[in-house]
Design a protein around this ligand. Structure first.
Ligand code: ADP
Ligand code: MG
Length: 569
């Protein structure tokens, strides 16, 4: 038996690390299962290239709770370690990692974002255990080793009689971490972090019902058997090629990701790139409602099939955080703060790649099946409009497929709209005026009046429409938006001079005076002379700028809480 001192500068790392990582203790399990997975995949590789004589077989990883012994076991059938390798990889590598961590981050504990994602590896076991044992048998023809350490720099290393290949990590759970001996707690951790890891993970057994044998009687119970309870799907959809997957597979994977979501996604986008960065994933457009507070299920970030976080802020442009699905990339640095992340070159490229893929997908949906795209428009417009406001590149692409519904239920692209109204809806200066309503019922009379004059009226009712209008007015040349009940409409060159009011001048004057007596003059304008139909002999309009000011105040504040602050315009 050997004993020794782990070469670390901190006297006793255990209490220190525990303190620093307080909020994120649970990641120990993810780290240990990641190591077990690495060890299994390394063995697979070695056997494939003929550098290991071991029989790879069908290895699994097992997680076992020993409640009485207050122990948690993580057992793999991977390549294992020789005694020398334990010395090297655990005493030197694993601990130097922890040491480096302490040196680097001791001062920055407040920045919880950093710590949560720092891959502390093997050492994280000491966040929940007062003593850790490793029993490991290498695939090489060497005796097994048994390493024990209580978190102090002293360890023991001796021979062990384990004969089957692989590594067993035994955590002696500390008194303040007994929650990790609860089946429910471990089970939910496994579901959170390891649901799609590439090696099968067993946690207990379950009873499976078998088909009744032929000739069995009605009253005979169906036979059952105990089988391994495998908690993960080692081959999730995003790791496959798009050509291998049908629409049903994408829907199935969505249900797997969000078992509590009963609404089907509208469509998906398969991400798959390996240069200049590595990224795979599937994004889904869920049905969007204007009430974005309802949204709980988020995009999940993975690294090599290990769940990392569902906070993709800084990695995905903000307008796409409303989507769902999975992104898997080993090229996203995680041991850094969010602000650093946003400045990282790779992350910037990833973000613009995702934006481009989403725009391309929308464009192809639009091109390939316009009718269907129009049907989906109301459910997706909030994302697209927000993207147009916040990402210039996205605006340029979306400008070709963004739709503007009319009050009559048709959908026009900007180009189509412009072609339609450019000659007929201009003001005295030759500016094209785009008329729109925000509420069909409330503005019914105004809509009818405008239609009566042959004008096209859009129905723009999304919560960010006033911002979008501003954006279009500054981007497009020589256009202006006016709501149907605004005074602007009066500036339009009359299309049909025939349509004149049936009231006499005198009647008009009387009507106007009596209306003005009851309508606050500083806020509204009364129009009588332009009206033609009998149904609407007069109109009360509000100056466009006043209405907009009010609206911007509303949406710029609490109404837009899902987006935080609107982009400056
Ligand atoms: P990392 O996984 O980033 O290398 P860790 O601290 O998690 O760092 O692990 C240190 C090293 O210990 C690993 O690189 C590996 O060589 C070895 N190791 C840890 N767990 C196992 C295991 N279950 N089987 C074989 N080797 C392991
Ligand atoms: Mg590791």
């Amino acid at each position: 038996m050997a004993t020794g001192n782990i070469n670390v500068s901190v006297e006793n790392i255990f209490p220190l690390i525990k303190k620093f990582l307080y909020s994120d203790h649970e990641i120990f399990l993810r780290e240990l299962i990641s190591n077990a997975t690495d060890a299994t995949l390394k063995l697979k590789h070695l056997t494939q290239i003929g550098e290991s004589k071991a029989e790879y077989g069908n290895p699994i990883i097992e997680v076992k709770i020993d409640k009485e012994g207050k122990k948690l076991h993580i057992i793999d059938q991977g390549l294992g370690m020789t005694s020398d390798e334990v010395e090297k990889y655990i005493n030197q590598v694993a601990f130097s990692g922890a040491n480096e961590f302490l040196e680097q981050y001791k001062e920055k504990v407040e920045d919880a974002g950093i710590i949560g994602h720092f891959g502390l590896g093997f050492y994280s076991a000491f966040m929940v255990a007062e003593k850790v044992e490793i029993i490991t048998k290498s695939h090489k023809d060497e005796p097994a080793a048994h390493w024990t350490c209580d978190g102090s720099p002293q360890f023991t290393l001796e021979a062990h009689d384990k004969t089957d290949r692989g590594t067993e990590i035994i955590l002696h759970i500390a008194e303040d971490s007994l929650e990790f001996l609860e089946e429910g707690r471990i089970s939910s951790l496994l579901t959170k972090y390891n649901k799609f890891m590439p090696v099968s993970i067993k946690f207990g057994t379950k009873t499976e019902t078998l088909p009744k044998p032929e000739g069995a009687k009605e009253e005979d119970p169906a036979p059952t058997q105990e089988v391994d309870n495998i908690i993960n799907n080692p081959n999730p959809a995003w790791t496959k090629q798009p050509s291998e997957l049908e629409d049903e597979d994408y829907k199935g994977f969505y249900r797997e990701l969000y078992p509590m979501q009963f609404e089907e996604p509208l469509f998906n986008i398969h991400l798959n790139v390996d240069y200049p960065f590595n990224l795979t994933g599937i994004l889904y457009f869920p049905k969007m409602t204007n009430d974005m507070n309802m949204q709980k299920d988020k995009i999940q970030l993975y690294q090599n099939q290990v769940f990392v976080t569902d906070n993709v802020e800084g990695i995905v442009p903000e307008f796409l955080t409303m989507l769902r699905g999975v992104i898997d990339s080993p090229d996203i640095p995680l041991n850094v703060s969010r602000s650093y992340l946003q400045a990282d070159g790779n992350v910037k490229k990833i973000s613009s790649y995702i934006t481009r893929k989403v725009a391309d997908k929308l464009k192809s949906l639009f091109n390939n099946n316009r009718e269907d795209f129009e049907k989906k428009w109301d459910d997706i417009k909030i994302v697209i409009e927000y993207g147009m406001l916040s990402e210039e590149k996205f605006f340029e692409k979306a400008d070709k497929f963004a739709l503007y519904p009319t009050v009559d239920g048709s959908y026009l692209t900007y180009e189509e709209l412009e072609a339609k109204i450019k000659d007929s809806q201009t003001d005295k200066d030759g500016k094209t005026i785009i008329l729109y309503a925000s509420n069909k019922d409330e503005q019914h009379a105004y809509i009818e009046a405008a239609k009566g004059k042959g004008y096209e009226v859009l129905l723009l009712d999304s919560p960010i429409v006033s911002h979008l209008i501003q954006k279009l007015e500054t981007t497009k040349e020589n256009i202006s938006f006016a709501r149907v009940d605004a005074d602007h409409i009066d500036n339009l060159i009359k299309k049909d001079e025939e349509q004149i009011s049936k009231l006499s001048d005198e009647e008009k004057e009387t009507l106007k005076t009596s209306l003005e007596a009851v309508v606050p003059k500083d806020k509204y304008t009364v129009q009588v002379e332009t009206m033609s139909s009998d149904a609407t002999p007069f109109m009360i309009t509000q100056p466009e700028f006043m209405r907009r000011m009010k609206e911007m105040q509303q949406t710029g504040g609490g109404g837009m809480n899902m987006f935080g602050n609107m982009p400056e315009m």
